[in-house]
Design a protein around this ligand. Structure first.
Ligand SMILES: NC(=O)C1=CN([C@@H]2O[C@H](COP(=O)(O)OP(=O)(O)OC[C@H]3O[C@@H](n4cnc5c(N)ncnc54)[C@H](OP(=O)(O)O)[C@@H]3O)[C@@H](O)[C@H]2O)C=CC1
Ligand SMILES: O=C(CO)COP(=O)(O)O
Length: 330
């Protein structure tokens, strides 16, 4: 028996739908909120999220709704909208959720307008909720097909993180727990920017060796950034850091990686990714500005930001990275 029987999932995209199914398979009853009433009606009728996760049957315990008020009785809420939309949705949700209700951030990014981490946005927008974060290497498609997946859930209180992990885990979806919310959310946000870089390398046909080098040096950047902003290095070595970096820097199924491939092949920024969500494109600027203000060197993320802003061409950026002064590896 778990204290968290009724789960609200806020956001009806690929990841929200996959998490709703995962929670249902863990034995929970799930209310899945999406903003578009006609899509909700289709989800109810066809038991499928045709637009965002086609071919996957919604579990019986998942109830789609377009009415936020239906989340009034949930024991915990998973926040699964894009990072830049999180504040608005959290503000609307704040009066609905019971006081103290855990609000688990499942978005991966940094708020561009404020340079705020997702759990801080959540705390500001929902002061009566208890923030937590779930992240790790987990494609929505894999999770929804019931392929074995492992993620981590962090909350300030270890006992809460453990109880939430217990509530969401099943034999196919293994949720580790921890207390380092900052480390977990930094891993998820930064790996998206680095996945764009890895995609650029692939799209430009720079070779597998270059991609491996970039992933390793990207990990050094991610760790430096996390250390400066209060994340624990051991968290970055885990699922939400290294694990997710390996996944998204090595798979064309990653939308961030695919966005980078398009850039590497010469598509303009406005056309890259073909309209799919690539969180790293929104987070890159915030990440590099925060790093600069903290005196942290992030050359690969800087390069991604320079390419996205059109300041520098891809070949020049590669040349710059390769001709930086030689240094020790640490
Ligand atoms: N897909 C994946 O494999 C994973 C994704 N994530 C993270 O989850 C987050 C969501 O991604 P994902 O579900 O894949 O994205 P999708 O593009 O599949 O879906 C985004 C969803 O968010 C909704 N949305 C967008 N803006 C708003 C808003 N202002 N108010 C309410 N709803 C809104 C969209 O609604 P509408 O259709 O009406 O626009 C849509 O339902 C991202 O931060 C991503 O990094 C994390 C792990 C895995
Ligand atoms: O975060 C993800 C897997 O862990 C999904 O990655 P993309 O958003 O790049 O598709």
């Amino acid at each position: 028996m778990t204290a968290f029987e009724a789960i609200g999932v806020v956001g009806g995209g690929a990841w929200g739908t996959a998490l709703a199914n995962a929670a249902a398979r863990a034995g929970r009853s799930v209310t899945l909120w999406a903003r578009d009433a006609s899509e909700v009606a289709t989800m109810r009728d066809r038991r499928e999220n045709v637009r965002r996760l086609p071919g996957v049957r919604l579990e019986d315990a998942v109830s789609p709704t377009a009415d936020l008020a239906d989340l009034r009785r949930v024991d915990t809420a998973l926040l699964v909208v894009p990072a830049q939309a999180l504040r608005g949705v959290a503000l609307a949700l704040a009066p609905v959720l019971p006081t103290g209700c855990p609000a688990v951030v499942c978005a991966k990014g940094i708020e561009r307008a404020t340079g705020s981490f997702m759990t801080d946005v959540t705390s500001e927008a929902m002061p009566h909720a208890t923030p937590a974060v779930l992240s790790g290497p987990s494609f929505a498609e894999d999770v929804s097909r019931g392929l074995p997946t492992a993620v981590v859930l962090a909350a300030a209180q270890e006992s809460l993180a453990e109880a939430l992990a217990q509530a969401l885990s099943s034999s196919r979806f293994r949720v580790y727990h921890g207390v380092d919310m900052r480390g977990v959310e930094i891993g998820g946000a930064a790996k998206n920017v680095l996945a764009i870089a890895a995609g650029i390398v692939a799209g430009r046909r720079l070779g597998e060796s270059a991609r491996a080098a970039l992933t390793a040096r990207g990990f050094a950047e991610l760790t430096r950034f996390a250390r400066a902003f209060g994340g624990r290095p051991e968290t970055l070595m885990g699922l939400s850091g290294l694990g997710d970096l390996i996944l998204t820097c090595g798979s064309a199924k990653s939308r961030n990686f695919a966005f980078g491939v398009d850039l590497g092949e010469g598509l303009p920024v406005g056309e890259a990714g073909h309209g799919k969500l690539a969180e790293g494109a929104f987070t890159a600027r915030a990440l590099v500005e925060m790093a600069r203000s903290a005196g942290v060197d992030l050359p690969i993320c800087e390069a991604v930001d320079a390419v996205l802003s059109g300041r520098v061409g891809i070949d020049d950026v590669v040349e710059r990275l390769m001709t930086r002064p030689l240094k020790s590896e640490g």
